[in-house]
Design a protein around this ligand. Structure first.
Ligand code: PHE
Length: 451
């Protein structure tokens, strides 16, 4: 048996967890959801969810991993055999997310290539994006390229290299996001958009807003899919869990809010302040950002190139951690080596990524409950399976092993300041909340109610 490696220290852990957490979820998904669900109110609901529910779940997952020293399937099994299925269920989720993650990763790669060629102006044209994703071969080509890079890194297992690189590129990402956000705040007429993004309009409250915010929280914080359990198993007993979680959640949320700040108000402005007209879907980042860069003149080319380079890097570190999880589950489950597992996973990913990509073009006629194939995968993982796993985790921690088991693990290295909130969240608030959300989202997809 190989000895279990551990992070060099708390900083190494926080950075590794943050580079898994910060990805397309922050820069691509968060801004378009915020735009779709009425800006400020979405932001408010999201932040409340992160510091209560997200915090509690992340503490629980990391502590579960550290307590057992095992990754997700083993961790549940070791503590209580009857709950092993929860581990299995969590391990399935990355396998649903990753194929469509690679499709979006492919789009980012294509944009980077366009800026490298100096053709940023082209990318700023109105039908560039829809023309590109509606095509057949080009998006498949870029998706495959993104997938291949992910595959090669996971195959080589250069975990250290990625960690090293994220130490440099993460700060650069922050600088760029802050820099472009500041620039966009100087654009004329922007403040109306900023107000739309930041000031909550309570009349827009809806269950689907809460559902979307919760799904986003799981996705962005890499929760309810076993990743944090695995990361926790590498954490030293002396490292402060509560502090680490606070660092990760603020880092992740901060980047998402900033990305929203540079995308949502500018989109709002481009569409003449008509919130209905903002194309608040997956295309938001790809349509609006090139326009912003183009309005910067010559410098826009360089900024655009750097922007998409960093988005690509954030996406890659996340896709690598997703693929690493799937590969390690396959290796353990079937008792096969890394190479074979990587190849099997690659074939599987490709088979699912192709329809996700074609769903925007020739297979556009395939729609389930009004969703494209990519949206459907996104809905299945973020709105159904992740809430379900979160619910099971809460029940497991709240009633099977009891919150005190987690609290003891946290207290091995520090005080557990938010213990009371943790217990109330895990035992009562979160489960009731998630059940309500799950039921309404199932009724909605069956067409029984309309959210
Ligand atoms: N949290 C990542 C993002 O925001 C996605 C992800 C989920 C990555 C799970 C790894 C594991 O893009």
């Amino acid at each position: 048996m190989e000895e279990r490696s551990s992070f060099s220290g708390r900083l190494g852990f926080v950075l590794a967890a943050a580079s898994s957490a910060v990805g397309l979820g922050n820069i691509w998904r968060f801004p378009y959801l915020a735009a779709k669900y009425g800006g400020g109110l979405f932001l408010l609901v999201y932040i409340i969810l992160v510091v209560t529910f997200g915090f509690s779940l992340m503490v629980a997952e990391i502590a579960l991993g550290r307590k057992t020293g095992l990754s997700v399937i083993g961790a549940y099994k070791k503590l209580d055999k009857r709950w092993a299925f929860t581990g299995v269920l969590s391990a399935i989720i990355p396998a649903i997310i990753l194929p469509y993650y690679c499709v979006i990763g492919g789009w980012v790669t294509k944009y980077l290539a366009t800026y490298i060629q100096g053709a940023g102006e082209m990318a700023a044209q109105d039908d560039f994006f829809t023309g590109f994703i509606g095509n057949t071969v080009p998006p498949l080509f870029w998706m495959s390229l993104f997938l291949l890079v992910t595959f090669v890194v996971v195959l080589l297992g250069v975990k250290k290299g990625i960690e090293m690189a994220s130490k440099f590129l993460m700060p650069l990402l922050i600088l760029l996001v802050v820099g472009i956000a500041i620039y966009s705040l100087t654009l004329p007429g922007i403040w109306e958009g900023v107000a739309f993004y930041l000031i909550p309009d309570f009349s827009r409250f809806s269950i689907s807003l809460v559902l979307a915010a919760m799904g986003q929280m799981f996705f962005s914080m890499s929760l309810a899919m076993g990743i944090m359990v695995t990361y926790g198993s590498y954490l030293k007993k002396s490292d402060d869990i509560e502090k680490s979680v606070k660092n990760i959640e603020w880092f992740d949320t901060g980047i998402a809010i900033l990305a929203g700040l540079l995308i949502v108000p500018t989109a709002f402005m481009f569409f003449g302040g008509d919130a209905e007209k903002i194309q608040a879907g997956p295309s938001l980042m790809f349509i609006t950002m090139p326009k912003v860069f183009s309005s910067m003149g010559g410098a826009g080319q360089v900024v655009g190139l750097l922007f998409f380079l960093l988005v690509l890097f954030a996406a890659l570190t996340s896709s690598i951690s997703l693929m690493e999880t799937v590969v390690s589950v396959v290796m353990d489950r079937f008792g096969i080596g890394r190479k074979l597992a990587c190849i099997l996973v690659l074939v599987y990913l490709f088979l699912l990524a192709v329809p996700s990509s074609l769903g925007f073009g020739v297979w556009g006629f395939i729609q389930v409950a009004g969703m494209t194939i990519l949206d459907l995968f996104d809905f299945l993982s973020n709105s159904l399976l992740m809430p379900l796993v979160a619910l099971l985790t809460c029940l497991f921690v709240g009633y099977a092993i009891k919150p005190s088991a987690i609290a003891q693990e946290v207290q091995l290295s520090s005080q557990f300041k938010r213990e009371k909130m943790f217990v109330v969240m895990i035992k009562y608030v979160a489960p009731i909340f998630v059940v309500g959300i799950l039921i309404s989202s199932i009724l909605n997809s069956l067409g029984i109610i309309t959210l």
